[in-house]
Design a protein around this ligand. Structure first.
Ligand code: HEM
Length: 205
């Protein structure tokens, strides 16, 4: 019998919807600036730059909102990784995704109110939200105001290194998003996890 557990408070859903829209806009405008032919760009270069900068600024504010929510609400507990036994738990979840799920075995880490992420989810969400996204934000601001930090302290090469980090980590965030959306389809039904990010209720298997 499937059961519904309220896991995603309104503020998480609002943060997440805005975050997803902005990151998609950042990827589209970023890819257009980086890869398309300047004579015939996917999005006109100056428009892509403006959209990318504005989206990045709103993303920063939205990220601070997520950070504040994680500190002051009980949702933060889901992001506290217990290092002891972590590798074993990740391997167990990985084995489930690669073998157990196809044999209809029960999930090794059932979702509860106190533990809504499985170990792989927890690890990737922490990596995305406390490592990848902050690096992209910081390097993005540094590219916007290079005269403040980069050229002053590190010379011209600082700008190139910063740009390289921004693009590479941006690529990892894009990769995270595609894998994340794929794994979200592995719910009670194909769409149940997507529904839970709209109504707040997680449907168990
Ligand atoms: C079209 C894009 C996206 C879709 C459809 C999507 C879908 C979902 C769904 C269905 C959930 C709830 C299930 C779960 O907890 O695994 C979720 C949670 C989450 N997503 Fe996404 N996502 C998208 C983009 C992103 C991006 C770009 C990020 C971060 C860079 C992100 C970070 C998260 C985090 C941290 C959670 C857990 C939130 C919490 O409950 O504390 N998502 N997403």
């Amino acid at each position: 019998m499937s059961e519904k557990i309220y896991l995603y408070p309104v503020w998480i859903r609002l943060w997440h919807a805005l975050n997803a829209i902005l990151i998609i806009l950042l990827i589209i405008t970023g890819v257009s600036m980086q890869f398309t032919n300047p004579d015939n760009p996917f999005i006109r270069f100056d428009i892509a730059v403006k959209m990318h900068n504005i989206s990045g600024m709103i993303l920063t504010l939205n990220y601070l909102f997520f950070l504040a929510g994680t500190i002051v609400t009980p949702n933060g507990k889901h992001y506290k990784i217990t290092l002891k036994g972590l590798t074993g738990r990740i391997i167990k979840q990985f084995t489930y995704y690669t073998f157990g799920i196809f044999k209809h075995e029960p999930t090794p880490f059932p979702v509860t109110k106190d533990s809504k992420f499985n170990p792989l989810q927890q690890f990737t969400y922490v990596a995305a939200m406390f490592f990848l996204v902050p690096i992209v934000i910081i390097t993005g601001w540094a590219l916007l105001y290079p005269e403040l930090v980069l050229t002053k302290f590190f010379g011209g090469s600082g700008l190139k290194v910063n740009d390289f980090i921004h693009v590479i980590i941006g690529f990892f965030v894009s990769f995270f998003m595609f894998v994340h959306v794929y794994f979200c389809t592995i719910g009670a039904t194909f769409v149940s996890n997507f529904k839970s990010m709209i109504n707040g209720f997680h449907e168990t298997h």
